[in-house]
Ligand binder design. Structure first.
Ligand code: ZN
Length: 64
């Protein structure tokens, strides 16, 4: 039944998307510090740098 397989793929994709979205947005508010070339998370205080200069995509201190 191709329809069942298609439905399963859609459900898994939605679950994966929701999981990623929750992970990426929860507790993290990255602010750029141009002078230092760093990104600081306003929520947990983590400081990091990224290779491409863009904001980090994860919270570094999820359990903090
Ligand atoms: Zn954070």
């Amino acid at each position: 039944m191709p329809l069942v397989i298609l439905l399963a793929i859609v459900v898994l994709a939605v679950m994966f998307w929701r999981y990623r979205t929750v992970r990426l947005t929860r507790n993290c508010r990255w602010r750029e510090n141009r002078a230092a070339g760093e990104w600081r998370c306003a929520y947990c205080g983590a400081v990091t740098r990224t290779a491409n200069g863009g904001p980090p995509v994860i919270c570094l201190q999820e359990n903090g």
